[in-house]
Design a protein around this ligand. Structure first.
Ligand code: ADP
Ligand code: MG
Length: 224
């Protein structure tokens, strides 16, 4: 009832019916309560990205249900699904995936414009988010002019631009050196706690996982 995300009985395979078929998720179920930060821990290849993409409406399960903020997503048409993805979920990848031809600020403004926010409001919000992660001085730089840690902080701001209640992060500091990873992760946690949002964060770093509210493990296609 009070869960931001509920995954129930998710099955997912690739290349079904072909010789190279792989079954990745075998009835995976999990929930993330409002305001809860959950670590999704599993070795490489276990299906973390597959699970996060399904939770973030970037991919669909073969069977099973995805519920966001109490609403079942399976029955939605393409438009409603796209809208739900834009409003309800923020997604962070291991590599920032910022648009290279736009500045840091613009990268955070664009998803807000797509969501119908007026430009002035969007820019104010983008600046305040950059401020929170300590990258305000870099607002007018393009991604290529930023360090890896700065790029990833900007990607955090972009994920939060439309005020989603759920953050999904796929090894968000996996691309950074250990020292940078630590401070960048702390910035992310501060943003998440500050907004009171829920988060599901994939990592194989047990030190980072230990700083979250709860750890779930993915093994043989199921969540333990
Ligand atoms: P993780 O993120 O935990 O490393 P993934 O979800 O990326 O795991 O992948 C789980 C398994 O599914 C791996 O064996 C991977 O090779 C396979 N896989 C992932 N995406 C595809 C795809 N698009 N087509 C075929 N196999 C895939
Ligand atoms: Mg992955």
């Amino acid at each position: 009832m009070n869960d931001t995300l509920v995954l129930d009985g998710i099955e997912k395979g690739y290349n079904r019916g072909k010789p190279n078929a792989v079954q990745v998720l075998h009835g995976a179920s999990l929930h993330v309560a409002a305001g809860e930060v959950v670590a999704l821990v599993a070795p490489s290849g276990a299906g973390k990205s597959t699970l996060l993409h399904i939770a973030g409406l970037l991919d669909t399960p073969d069977t099973g249900t995805v519920r966001l903020n109490g609403r079942e997503m399976g029955g939605l048409g393409d438009r409603a699904r796209t809208e739900a993805r834009r409003r309800e979920v923020g997604f962070i990848y291991q590599f920032h995936h910022l648009l290279p031809e736009f500045t840091a600020l613009e990268n955070i403004v664009i998803p807000q414009l797509a969501n119908g926010t007026p430009r002035g409001t969007a820019e104010t919000r983008a600046r305040s988010l950059l401020e929170k992660v300590g990258v305000a001085a870099r607002a007018d730089h393009r991604p290529a002019a930023l360090s890896g840690g700065e790029q990833q902080r900007v990607a955090f701001c972009r994920a939060l631009a439309n005020g989603p209640r759920l953050l999904l992060a796929d090894e968000p500091t996996g691309n950074l050196d250990p020292g940078t990873s630590d401070t960048v992760f702390a910035a992310l946690m501060e943003l998440v706690r500050d907004t009171g949002m829920s988060a599901l964060i994939a990592t194989h770093n047990l030190d980072l996982a230990a700083r979250m509210d709860r750890i779930v493990r993915l093994e043989r296609g199921r969540v333990l």
